[in-house]
Design a protein around this ligand. Sequence first.
Ligand SMILES: [Zn+2]
Ligand SMILES: [Zn+2]
Length: 68
Amino acid sequence: MNCYECGQQGRTTPATAVCRVCGAAVCTDHVRTESKSLRESASPGKVTHDQPARQLTCPVCHAAEESS
Ligand SMILES: [Zn+2]
Ligand SMILES: [Zn+2]
């Protein structure tokens, strides 16, 4: 599978990840990686020792989540 974002730009790059939101395949240049604690923290900034979950998204969905 090739990167969807690169495909939009007329390029062909092997994809290394899949967006968890829209399911688009993305390459290492286009993938957005976030680490979020699955447990909601009552006080922002508080350090927790929970193992954060990895969330891979494409640039489009990353921007959409940032704006929401
Ligand atoms: Zn790409
Ligand atoms: Zn996406």
